[in-house]
Design a protein around this ligand. Structure first.
Ligand code: 6PG
Length: 242
């Protein structure tokens, strides 16, 4: 049975505290139940402060770091040390500051070639980790997502091919407005997760958040509807101002 929870925080600090508490709780739940927790991180700017908070007391001590396995829900097709890299942002704000074995970190190999080759390579990495044969859809324990002011999530943009992908778990994507090539989890993979946490902040997201929560499928984030998992919308008051 899937569930949807909406929490509205009065400030960015409160939003990050709520998010950190939920991430730590879900990570412990997964490790207790299955001995490990597979987490897919989101990129952009919103989660940076959450990642930094998770690396500090009291949350750092609450996370079973050695049983956590980190992936990325989307990645820009740039080198890992590039300023636009979601991997670099997570490494700088979190991964470099906590005791995670390097073998637990599954960076998108953006150097593997063109975006389609990068997507194929990362899907193979996911299937190998989960032991999922072709046709099966792996179940992430936790996927963190953000949302753009156009209602995109991960790198699933309105009207894009990735939006209607039903077979591939990872697809190439192109952010027209940013002239940015990327790869992204697709909805079949996202909707199979045991838990998805959206972190949305800022008044510029208010109109699209209102439409998404009303179920307007023109907005990609509205298509995140978990088949059996728990969906959390953690938003600040500015994003929920409409
Ligand atoms: C990315 C993210 C993307 C992000 C939204 C919101 O790679 O850009 O995965 O989906 O979550 O664009 O970005 P901000 O947090 O910067 O507003």
């Amino acid at each position: 049975m899937s569930s949807v929870t909406l929490r509205v925080a009065d400030s960015t600090d409160e939003l990050n505290r709520i998010a950190a508490e939920n991430v730590a709780r879900r990570a412990r739940m997964a490790v207790e139940a299955r001995g490990r927790c597979a987490i897919a991180l989101s990129g952009g700017s919103t989660p940076r402060s959450l990642y930094s908070l998770l690396a500090q007391p009291p949350y750092a001590a609450q996370m079973p770091w050695r049983q956590l396995y980190f992936f990325w829900g989307d990645e820009r097709c740039v080198p890992p040390d590039h300023g636009d890299s979601n991997y670099r942002m997570a490494r700088e704000s979190l991964l470099a500051h906590v005791p995670i074995p390097a073998s637990n970190i599954f960076r998108v190999a953006t150097e593997a070639g063109a975006p389609d080759a990068v997507a194929r390579s990362y899907e193979a990495t996911l299937r190998a980790f989960f032991g999922s044969p072709a046709g099966a859809v792996p179940e992430f324990d936790l996927i963190l997502l953000g949302m753009g002011s156009d209602g995109h999530t991960a790198s699933i943009f309105p009207g894009s091919r990735a939006l209607t992908e039903t077979v591939q778990l990872v697809a190439p994507a192109y952010a027209e407005h940013l002239e940015s090539h990327r790869v992204t989890f697709t909805l079949p993979l996202i909707n199979q997760a045991r838990c998805v946490i959206f972190l949305v902040a800022g008044a510029d997201k208010a109109a699209s958040l209102s439409a998404v929560l009303a179920g307007d499928l023109a907005y990609p984030a509205a298509r995140v509807r978990l088949s059996q998992g728990d969906l959390y919308w953690l938003v600040d008051r500015n994003a929920r101002s409409r």
